[in-house]
Design a protein around this ligand. Structure first.
Ligand SMILES: C[S@@+](CC[C@H](N)C(=O)[O-])C[C@H]1O[C@@H](n2cnc3c(N)ncnc32)[C@H](O)[C@@H]1O
Length: 490
C-alpha cells in the first residue's frame, strides 16, 4: 500500500482508484473567474474549492463541472462548506516539496529492507534523523503502522525551514493555506494571471519571496507565513536546490526554474492539495517534529529499541576523502574524527557502531565510498549493497549504497559474515562460466562450487534457527532445495 492508499484507507475506510478528468475549457473558465476576484477572503475560499475540484475524484462533482455554465461554476467556487478532502492527487505521487537529494526516486530498495527489519526486530520507535523532504518516513508509514499501530515516529532536520514546515502544516494547516493563498493573490494582482511563464515573471516572484523570507528569518519568525513562502520557493526552484547556513539560518537559491518549465494554475492547486494531504499524514501517526543537529539527539536514541533512518548529506562520489555533497554544512561539523573536511561521516558511523552493539537497527544511504565500505566490513558487520544510479544531471552512472543491520543476534551475524559479498561472488562466478569462450579448467568450477556452497551455508543457518530467509537469499531457495533433495540420506 502506498502513502496515498494508506491515508485514503485510514480516512475513508476504502481506496478510491479512479479519477475523472475535467474539460480543459472548464479549467480555464475557473481560472478566468479566479483572476477577476478582487476580495481576498472570497478568493481564499474560491481557490481552495477550485484546488479540490480540479484534482478531485468525486465523479458526481466532476460530471457537474463538465456540464456547468459559468454561473454554476461560480456557485461551486463559493460553496461555503467546502469540498471534502481530496485524496486523488496522490495519483501524481507528489512529494510535499521538491528537494535536492530527496529519496523520491529511490523508494523501493530501502523499503524492502525496512519492511524486513520491522517484521523481525521488535521496533517501537523510528527516527528519520535527516528528514529533508521526508520521503523515507512518508513512504514507509504504512509499514510502520502495520507492524506497530502505536509506533512512535520522529522526523528531525536541523534546517529550521524544513522542521517548521512540518510543524506548521501539522498544527496550523488553515493558517498555512491562508498565507499561501495570500501569495497567489499577490501574484494574480501583479500579473493579472495565474500562471508563471516568462523569465521576468519568475524573477519578480523569486525576488519577492526571498525578500519576504529574509524578513521572516531576521525576525526569527518560523510561522505559517514562512512555511508558505518556503514551499512556494521550493516549487519554483529547479530540483528544489537550496543552500542552508545553519548558523545564520539563511537560505540561498541559486538555480531557479525558467520559462521552459511554465508553472501553471494547476500546479498551485496541487500545492494546496499537498498542504492539506500532508496535514493528514503528519497527524495520522502523530509524528513528532524535531529541529536539531543529529549529534544532539542520537545519544538518547541509542538506548532504545529504535530504527534509525540515516540519510545524511552524501559523501562526494569521486573524492579521495569523504566530504559532504557540496552544501553548506561546515558550521555543524564536529572535527574530532573526520574522514574529510565537511560533514563528519565518521562521527555518524561511530554512533551507528554503538547502536549496533546495543542491538539497535538502522538503515543508512550514501554514495559508495571505499572508506565507508571499509568501516562497514571492519567495524559494523552490516549488509552493504551497491546500487548503480544515474547522476541527476547526466547519464553517467555512479554507485550508491545502502547498508543496514538486520538482526538475528550479533553473534549470528558475525558467524554469517557478509552475505551480500558472497552473493556478488556467486553471481560473478556464474557469469564467468556462462560468458566464457575459452575452455574452463577444474579450478574455475571449484571456485563456482565454493561460492555456491557459501550461499547454501547461509540458507542452512537461517533454516537451522527457524528464521525466514532475508530477501537477498530468497531467490536461491529453490535451487538450494533441489540441491538438498539430490543429496543421499545418511
Ligand atoms: C540527503 S538530505 C535527506 C533527504 C531525505 N531523505 C528526503 O527524502 O528528502 C540530508 C538532510 O540532512 C539535513 N542535515 C544536514 N546536516 C544535519 C545535521 N547535522 N543534523 C540534522 N540534519 C542535518 C539537511 O538539512 C538535509 O535536509
Amino acid at each position: 500500500m502506498n502513502l496515498y492508499q494508506f491515508i485514503q484507507f485510514e480516512k475513508l475506510g476504502h481506496i478510491e482508484r479512479e479519477s475523472f478528468p475535467i474539460d480543459l475549457k472548464k479549467i480555464n473558465l475557473f481560472r478566468r473567474i479566479l483572476i477577476k476576484e478582487k476580495d481576498f477572503e472570497i478568493f481564499k475560499l474560491n481557490f481552495k474549492n477550485y484546488a479540490f475540484i480540479v484534482k478531485g475524484n468525486d465523479k458526481k462533482t466532476i460530471d457537474n463541472v463538465n456540464l456547468s455554465t459559468e454561473s454554476t461554476l461560480k456557485k461551486m467556487l463559493d460553496y461555503k462548506k467546502g469540498f471534502p478532502f481530496n485524496y486523488q492527487f496522490g495519483q501524481e505521487k507528489g512529494t510535499l516539496i521538491p528537494y535536492y537529494g530527496s529519496k523520491k526516486n529511490r523508494r523501493n530498495e530501502g523499503n524492502e529492507v525496512i519492511n524486513y527489519i520491522l517484521e523481525n526486530d521488535n521496533i517501537k520507535k523510528v527516527c528519520d534523523l535527516f528528514a529533508g523532504a521526508g520521503n523515507l518516513t512518508f513512504d514507509n508509514l504504512f509499514y510502520f503502522h502495520k507492524y506497530n499501530p502505536n509506533m512512535k515516529i520522529i522526523m528531525n532536520d536541523f534546517n529550521i525551514y524544513i522542521s517548521s514546515m512540518y510543524y506548521n502544516i501539522q498544527n496550523y494547516v488553515d493558517e498555512v493555506y491562508e498565507e499561501y493563498a495570500k501569495l497567489i493573490f499577490w501574484l494574480k494582482n501583479e500579473f493579472n494571471e495565474l500562471n508563471l511563464t516568462t523569465d521576468k515573471q519568475y524573477q519578480k516572484v523569486q525576488q519577492y519571496l526571498l525578500e519576504e523570507l529574509n524578513i521572516q528569518s531576521i525576525n526569527n519568525d518560523y510561522t505559517p507565513k514562512t512555511t508558505a513562502l518556503f514551499i512556494f520557493l521550493q516549487h519554483i526552484s529547479r530540483n528544489g536546490k537550496i543552500s542552508y547556513d545553519s548558523e545564520t539560518k539563511s537560505l540561498e537559491y541559486d538555480s531557479f526554474r525558467n520559462e521552459s518549465a511554465p508553472y501553471q494554475c494547476l500546479n498551485f492547486a496541487l500545492v494546496v492539495n499537498k498542504i492539506f494531504f500532508y496535514h493528514e499524514v503528519l497527524n495520522i501517526m502523530d509524528i513528532e517534529i524535531v529541529n536539531n543537529d543529529y549529534n544532539n539527539i542520537i545519544k538518547a536514541l541509542l538506548n532504545e529499541n529504535v530504527l534509525l533512518l540515516v540519510d545524511s548529506p552524501y559523501a562526494d562520489y569521486d573524492a579521495e576523502t569523504l566530504k559532504s555533497g557540496g552544501e553548506n554544512y561546515q558550521k555543524n561539523v564536529n572535527t574530532e574524527i573526520d574522514f574529510g573536511n565537511n560533514f563528519n561521516q565518521s562521527n555518524l558511523l561511530n554512533y551507528l557502531k554503538i547502536h549496533q552493539e546495543r542491538k539497535g537497527s538502522f538503515i543508512y544511504w550514501n554514495n559508495h565510498h571505499k572508506d565507508i565500505q571499509f568501516f562497514s566490513t571492519e567495524h559494523l558487520n552490516t549488509h552493504y549493497i551497491k546500487i548503480p544510479t544515474k547522476y541527476a544531471d547526466s547519464n553517467r552512472i555512479k554507485q550508491e549504497i545502502y547498508m543496514y543491520v538486520q538482526y538475528l543476534t550479533i553473534e549470528d551475524i558475525k558467524e554469517f559474515g557478509m552475505i551480500d559479498e558472497d552473493i556478488e561472488e556467486y553471481e560473478y562466478q556464474k557469469s564467468l562460466i556462462k560468458n566464457c569462450e575459452i575452455e574452463l579448467n577444474e579450478e574455475d568450477f571449484a571456485e563456482l562450487e565454493q561460492a555456491k556452497q557459501n550461499i547454501y551455508y547461509y540458507i542452512d543457518m537461517y533454516k537451522t534457527i527457524n528464521k525466514d530467509l532475508p530477501f537477498q537469499l530468497l531467490k536461491y531457495e529453490k535451487e538450494y532445495n533441489e540441491y538438498k533433495d539430490g543429496l543421499p540420506e545418511f
